[in-house]
Design a protein around this ligand. Sequence first.
Ligand code: ARG
Length: 589
Amino acid sequence: MKGIRVTSVAIKDQVEVAVRAALTQVLPAELADADPVVRRSDHADFQANGALAVAKDVGRSPRSIAQDLIVGLPRYGAEVSGPGFVNLTVADDVVWRAVACRATDDRLGVSSPRSGERVVVDYSAPNVAKQMHVGHLRSSVIGDALVRVFDHLGSDVTRQNHIGDWGTQFGMLIRYLDEHPEVDWQGQGVETMSALDSLYKVARTEFEADAAFADRSRARVIALQAGDDRTVATWRDLVAESEKAFEAVYARLGILLDDGDFDGESRYNRSLPGVVDELLAAGIASESDGAVVAFTDDVNGPDGAPTPLIIRKKDGGYGYAATDLATIRLRVDEYRADRILYVVDTRQALHFRMVFNVARRAGWLPVKVHAEHVQFGTVLGTDGRPFKTRAGKTVRLADLLDDAETAVRGILQEREHGFTQSEVDSVVRAAGVAAVKYADLNNTRTKDYVFDVDQMVATTGNTGVYLQYAHARVCSILRRATGDSAVAGSDAEIRVDETLPLHPAERALGLILDGFEQALRDVTDTLEPHRLCGYLYDLATAFTRFYDACPVVKAEGATRSNRLALCALTERTLAVGLDLLGIPAPERM
Ligand code: ARG
């Protein structure tokens, strides 16, 4: 169980408190709670820009406010710069104390600012009897990182895997299986999805070619909806086999989703007529040409005419809109969500805008509950077009992982590593996962990104594999220094002498380590996991600079133990940070 830490140990927070106090001395009482605007800075450790923000209200120049302000900050080597910035440098012992505090804390000094909040995350959502493809990869990987970071910062998170397990296609699949008992599709482990996918294709071909078969299929849809035992039993088997196959992919990729998280479309069946009736009664939806539709004020088509959200189709069937409206009701009423995140690709932006709008007007989504479409771009091939196999088919997720693993294996073969075969296999698995996931996470979420295997397995530059190497390198330094072949980074040995002067490279590393919680907060504030990627990359780079400038293994006395504390804290911050991205951090690579 994760511990809970209420207060922050961040140096930045201490600086903020000090500047706030100094500002109150300088400003009139009515501006007492002005924001001190403290940021990390390239010119000093921190910069406070609060004087510029309040100058107009006080009717003084920002520079003269800043001059007064620094008088109240004797411990921060405060200096005025430019039009009224205040540059702040923290004392050496403050940095050492923060390092000591974090290095000996279970949670590395990270507090739980989001405790008390309930978040529902809808992600992955593959379709029964179909292969998972790169779009599902993005949803799974991004959603999982968000789940992990929210959970780490104290939110109560509910994962929901809204699989496509309902619809008219099941009539066709079930009928086909009835008429072709020779089709072998159950219990084939990793090949199940391929078998189901082929079944889907042959059934679809027959459906299109043979009108009589199509009619028999439609009859099975009706039988399924009516709850006919035999039809429902086959449907259940199809869903169960698919779920097993999805779980195998999640296990391989290190995605947290498991069998308790399935929340398929079928779960909402029974509430769909109610959704329609309530919307009609409230005058939010109306009948149009046999269908039931709702309009929203702000969503217009290319011709300027309002775009309808189709709640019930002409043929009486329900689309995603009705189901998604039903998910909102359940998530608000039963899960008591404060925040609902839908990790679905950008093309669904209009859909979710309309769904949230209708749900608000219907009173199903109260103002205090935030519903957000966490959208992401398309995965492109190296040719800049949507990623397809050479035959033009959608790429299977399992094949992507295979490709990444092959590339990693190739790189490993060219190195002297002294690993046994099983060690090689486990390194390859870990690096394959890191390559694929990090390449996805390390992008501005809403942009398209190019799936480039060679780039993603690179051991230098901002890649997941590089970060794993950086972590393993710190582990190896710790092993050499402590003569310990077992687990690196055990905190039993941590001793920090806070009176030692700080080397600039130690300062830079110490301050980056201090920003871990801020990086995690940035992820939950922006829903952009790449903020954490950028942080970990900066950390790995700062560590390299530190290690180049400051000997560790050969250092002596307090210098040595202080530096070992920095190494141990770096090791754990990298490992926890990678874990929050869903990426393993092996001790040897
Ligand atoms: N199953 C759909 C697909 O594969 C995605 C569903 C997205 N999630 C949602 N709540 N609508 O395209």
